[in-house]
Design a protein around this ligand. Sequence first.
Ligand SMILES: NC(=O)C1=CN([C@@H]2O[C@H](COP(=O)(O)OP(=O)(O)OC[C@H]3O[C@@H](n4cnc5c(N)ncnc54)[C@H](O)[C@@H]3O)[C@@H](O)[C@H]2O)C=CC1
Ligand SMILES: O=C([O-])CC(=O)C(=O)O
Length: 264
Amino acid sequence: MKKIMLIGFGGMAHEVMARLPQGVSIGWIVAREGHHAAIADINGGAVKALLHPSECSERPDLVLECASQQAVREYAETVLNRGWDLAIASTGALADAQLLETLRSAARAHRATLTILSGAVAGMDGLAAAREGGLESVTYVSNKSPASWCGSPAEKMVDLDNVTEATVFFEGSAREAARTFPANANVAATIALMGIGMDNTRVQLRVDPHTTRNTHRIQAVGAFGEFHIELNGNTLASNPKTSMLAALSAVEACRRLVDDGLSA
Ligand SMILES: NC(=O)C1=CN([C@@H]2O[C@H](COP(=O)(O)OP(=O)(O)OC[C@H]3O[C@@H](n4cnc5c(N)ncnc54)[C@H](O)[C@@H]3O)[C@@H](O)[C@H]2O)C=CC1
Ligand SMILES: O=C([O-])CC(=O)C(=O)O
């Protein structure tokens, strides 16, 4: 049995727990203290609630971050310094170039892997392959409902309650997008990390009152040719900011621990 550590106890973490592949169990959950009683109830106390990964004295087979960019800043270095493999959803934390370098060095020094979950988008394998031949441009457009942008800085950029048509409220770099919208624009950072970087990846964020989905459009142009991907993702019932596919990409990372057959 593979035993993983989850970081976070919100929408994505619950989806991962509900869909955990056979042969994988959750040994530890790093969460805020307010969640510890609920964690103690899971499987008759089989899961340990922690405030920090350093409280764990065993070696998890994988640490899965499904919490926030702040959680990556708080815990990722400790995890990698212990030589534990880490997969992160909150990829926008890596818009901080210094943190990215620190985590890369920690992973190299301790022979750990830092995996960027594909999250809410698809095509990251193709984008990374295209990069090998040279990319000219990568653009990303995110289109979400007003409920998705609620509680984000979008509230100050557009009237979310009264918007009547799809409206662009942000245009800029992936670095700026990921930093400004930490719960909504991690995809921008993921695309940047797999493509032409945080400053060269152009991002447009839109609010659309006529949708309930999270739509991600990627256009990449390079020596390979060009591709356009449009992904219309259903959101988690528990969190309209987060696409179900993002949670499923975390589940798939767990499945890789037990499946030793084909790999994408
Ligand atoms: N790469 C991608 O495509 C996507 C990435 N994400 C990232 O995944 C995160 C989680 O998504 P959801 O579960 O839907 O969010 P959520 O808001 O439903 O849950 C987040 C959970 O993490 C906990 N948390 C946050 N910071 C923490 C910290 N420093 N220490 C301990 N616990 C902490 C919260 O208390 C909460 O339980 C998002 O905040 C976002 O950063 C979300 C969607 C897509
Ligand atoms: O789940 C999504 O559709 C995208 C998202 O929240 C993010 O990029 O942070």
